[in-house]
Design a binder for this molecule. Structure first.
Ligand code: UDP
Length: 319
């Protein structure tokens, strides 16, 4: 049994990870200020210790593993208070690194495919430096996450902290916040409610959608990998810190996603309407997961249609 801290543990990914860790018999502490995390995501879970706190404050206690997930992550949420997003990303990273420095914990830090911005390389491998606007509406998130990666690198180099970075691509599934404005939850809820399906732009932009159980599997494989195994993989590749993409390489246009959702809900009267494309919206996104496959033997297993069907069931029961 490991002592585990999940910062941002009441959010979408945290809720799924917490359930998996409890099922494995671990002692789980969730730190969350409920800015975007939701109490109902932890409802009925026995054995979770809750620390209601801002991730930017010093963290007490001692842990074996820390999953560093605290940060608003959907565009409408992270754009609501950009300074909060930027400081949570960076200060939240520093606080878990300080904690690890004090107690020797291993950290898995949630970075994002947004570090690649609106990418000029397709698909995106970890070695790609990205194409990011420092002054746009996504910058508070993108640059906060990029700087957090740098902070993790420098703490690792200076203090030898065992910190591993995972760049998460679009992920969906049960426990998503119905109000977070992401494309998968929006489309499913709109179709279930018989409301118009809001396609931004012409719907030709692409994303790669990963079912959350696949991501949680990847987290477990990555967190439990021996430091020597990671060093043997990353050092020859010129990486001073482990960094892996996790996402499903299946690539779909947003319009195809809308059609998939409507296909799974043939009784829905909803139809597609077009809305303006938000600023800096990446045109294409697809992970290159060669490294995660080679290093951890991990790859996603749940096809889009099956994951969407499970997510529709969840929302149907939670509306
Ligand atoms: N999108 C859309 N309709 C919606 C919500 C999002 O067409 O109701 C588009 C959005 O413009 C983007 C893609 O779907 O191109 C994914 O958006 P999301 O907010 O889920 O995540 P992102 O990958 O942009 O951070």
């Amino acid at each position: 049994m490991a002592r585990i801290l999940i910062t941002g543990g009441a959010g979408f990914i945290g809720a799924n990870l917490t359930r998996r860790l409890l099922a494995l018999g671990h002692a789980v502490t969730v730190l969350d200020n409920f800015y975007t995390g939701r109490r109902e995501n932890l409802a009925g879970l026995h054995g979770v210790t809750l620390l209601e706190a801002d991730a930017r404050a010093p963290i007490e206690g001692a842990y074996d593993w820390v999953f560093s997930l605290a940060c608003p992550a959907s565009p409408p949420h992270y754009q609501r208070d950009p300074l909060f997003t930027l400081t949570t990303s960076l200060e939240g990273m520093r606080r878990v690194l300080e904690l690890a420095h004090r107690c020797g914990a291993r950290i898995l830090h949630a970075s994002t495919s947004e570090v690649y911005g609106d990418p000029l390389v397709h698909p995106q491998p970890e070695s790609y430096w990205g194409h990011v606007n420092t002054l746009g509406i996504r910058s508070c998130y993108d640059e906060g996450k990029r700087a957090a990666e740098t902070m993790a690198l420098e703490y690792r180099q200076t203090f030898g902290i065992d910190v591993r970075l995972v760049r998460i691509f679009n992920t969906y599934g049960p426990h998503m916040d119905p109000k977070d404005g992401r494309v998968v939850s929006n489309f499913i809820l709109q179709a279930l409610r018989g409301e118009p399906i809001t396609l931004y732009g012409d719907g030709g932009q692409t994303r790669s959608f990963q079912y959350v159980d696949d991501l949680v599997e990847g987290f477990m494989a990555y967190m439990t990998a021996a430091p020597e195994t990671l060093d043997a993989f990353f050092t020859p590749r010129g990486c001073a810190i482990p960094v892996l993409n996790m996402g499903n390489p299946g690539e779909f246009t947003v319009r195809q996603l809308a059609e998939e959702v409507l296909g799974l809900l043939p009784e829905s009267p909803s139809h597609i309407v077009f809305r303006p494309l938000p600023g800096d919206d990446p045109k294409r996104r697809k992970p290159d997961i060669t490294w995660a496959k080679a290093c951890l033997g991990w790859e996603p297993r749940v096809p889009l249609r099956e994951g969407l069907a499970r997510t529709i069931d969840y929302f149907r029961n939670h509306l």
